[in-house]
Design a protein around this ligand. Structure first.
Ligand SMILES: *Cc1c(COP(=O)(O)O)cnc(C)c1O
Length: 241
């Protein structure tokens, strides 16, 4: 077999394993499988992997860094896929992020709203406004109140939600990563409660982005609607890539 055929086989096996885990988690939580979306996190992996994943039926992929995503986008890797930006956004990358992403999971401060909306508006001009629509964003929440790793604190959540609601962006829901050392069940239960606070302001903001390779079952049990899974499908990430 060629290297590419080998890689396709490995990715297909990883996907099948994760799909089986999600099916089982939905069954034991009494949830419908179609209510949980899988975002395959392709950060650090090449555009060729993204293309293989699309051939295998993946519809949604996640990237952390705007620059890396832009490079893969230049290689046409995301054609026909929804690109989710899931990493912490630097203010000076927000304009490019708004132009590139189909969903942004990591809006955590008001300062990002203007450039994200302007980036999206620029793309709308390019694509035709109806095709581009509005950019769905999730509020990334800091579950331990330590802002150094990104995320809005619970006390500032409603204020940030109101600012998004007053903007051209579409408030779609919330996202979080459990703090280091935290128990995933407790972290995702807190996130579910905070998601409810956002829904009181914006009933249509129903998405909960939570759960990675190691804790997706716990996230499904706590109401996650979007799982962000990388290494369980693509293998471990090399720091040297
Ligand atoms: C890398 C990353 C993931 C995927 O993590 P895995 O453990 O590889 O599944 C999910 N969410 C965010 C924010 C990430 O940075």
């Amino acid at each position: 077999m060629t290297d590419r055929a080998d890689r396709r086989t490995a990715l297909a096996a990883g996907l099948a394993e994760v799909e089986a885990r999600i099916d089982a988690a939905c069954a034991s939580a009494g949830r419908a499988r179609q209510d949980v979306a899988l975002v395959v996190v392709t950060k650090t992996f090449p555009a060729s992997d993204v293309i293989l994943l699309r051939d295998l039926g993946v519809t949604d992929v996640g990237e952390n860094k705007v620059q890396e995503a832009a490079a893969k986008s230049g290689a046409e890797a995301f054609a026909g896929l929804r690109l989710h930006l899931i990493g912490r956004l630097q203010s000076n990358k927000a304009l490019a992020a708004g132009a590139l992403a189909d969903v942004v999971h990591s809006l955590d401060r008001e300062r990002l709203i203007g450039p994200l909306a302007r980036g999206r508006a620029g793309r709308a001009v390019q694509l035709g406004a109806t095709e581009a629509g509005t950019l769905p964003v999730l509020l990334q929440i800091s579950l331990d109140g330590d802002p150094s790793r990104g995320g809005v604190t619970a006390e500032n959540l409603e204020r940030l939600a109101e600012a998004v609601l007053a903007s051209p962006l579409r408030l779609a829901g919330v996202m979080a990563v459990p703090p280091p050392g935290a128990e995933a069940g407790a972290a995702f239960a807190t996130l579910a409660e905070l998601a409810g606070r956002v829904r009181r302001l914006a009933p249509e903001a129903t998405w909960i982005s939570a759960g990675m390779s190691g804790d997706l079952e716990t996230a499904v049990a706590n109401g996650a609607t979007h799982l962000r899974v990388g290494s369980a499908i693509l293998g471990s990430r090399s720091p040297f890539r």
